[in-house]
Design a protein around this ligand. Structure first.
Ligand SMILES: [Fe+2]
Length: 290
């Protein structure tokens, strides 16, 4: 299926290819748009409109793949048919890597349809390491884990979330899809320093970034909805990360309550301006260090 665009080097600003905005994404993309990202669950085993949207996207943009159902912390065995079909889709779209979440998504065959956190402890680390390696072997592409937002901290934590993630990346020799909004939401809800968290992640492990908007409830709790505009603090954190790690693909996640097309394009242009400024700073630092 892959025909149009080389994906060996993806960077700059991308947008989630949601069916509600797919037509405008593909026919009137903002000038700064460099790639799109799909949830493969929406495109596997489907024809019709989904297949034609994917084929049009492949003609125009690099397409990255981000799964929703693998849940590296789940206890259920993987669905072998799902892994085989996903491997085939990743091959067809020329995916340079695939990502899914550091959470559990199902138990006893029942999917939570939410990304549920686990205690940050050695037992969870062993489960995630085993499943991450099993999935990577089955898919045949590099694999990245994404940090999630959560709302009920566990009383069985043995370490912090960031130290857990660093240990997981080292143990699996894996990659991280760093969701900056999720770090910010957790930091505000649970009172830790988002910049210190971001600075702790080894730059070489970070393969991609996510940004999104979140809801602030009346009681102050922040909920990761992907249905609001990105807030100023998350823009600032994104710039902070990019100045340290340099160019990476940065995806804007917008999954519901879509604004006008003009407003969405303006968000992408704002992200691109921040991206260019941060990467220029990173490049100047690289040159100064030589
Ligand atoms: Fe994300």
């Amino acid at each position: 299926m892959r025909r149009g665009v080389a994906v060996s080097h993806v960077e700059g600003i991308g947008l989630g290819l949601r069916i509600e905005i797919a037509e405008r994404t593909l026919s009137e993309p903002p000038a700064a748009l460099r790639f799109v990202e799909i949830h493969p669950e929406n495109y596997m085993r489907r024809g019709g409109r989904f297949r034609s949207v994917l084929e049009r996207a492949l003609d125009r943009f690099p397409v990255l793949s981000h799964g929703l159902t693998m849940g590296f912390g789940s206890s259920d065995p993987f669905d072998r048919d799902y892994l085989a079909d996903l491997r085939e889709l990743l091959r067809r779209i020329g995916a340079p890597w695939h990502s899914d979440h550091a959470c559990f998504a199902s138990a006893d065959g029942v999917f939570a349809h939410d990304l549920l956190p686990l205690p940050w402890c050695e037992r969870t680390l062993q489960t995630m390491t085993r499943r991450f390696e099993e999935a990577r072997d089955a898919l045949g592409v590099p694999l990245a884990v994404e940090n999630v937002s959560y709302y009920a901290p566990s009383d069985r934590d043995e370490t912090s979330e960031v130290e857990f993630l660093v240990a997981l990346l080292e143990r699996t020799d894996g990659l991280l899809l760093l969701d900056v909004n999720n770090v910010y939401v957790n930091a505000r809800n649970f009172g830790f320093d988002a910049r210190a968290f971001l600075d702790r992640i080894p730059a070489g492990r970070i393969v991609q970034l996510h940004v999104a908007g979140h809801l602030v409830r009346d009681d102050g709790l922040r909920i990761d909805t992907h249905g609001e505009a990105v807030c100023d603090d998350v823009y600032a954190l994104l710039e902070h990360v990019l100045r340290r790690i340099g160019p990476r693909p940065v995806l804007l996640e917008r999954d519901q309550s879509f604004p006008s097309w003009e407003a969405l394009c303006a968000e992408i242009e704002r992200l691109d301006a921040i991206y260019r400024r941060a990467v220029a700073h990173w490049q100047a630092c690289q040159e100064a260090a030589q």
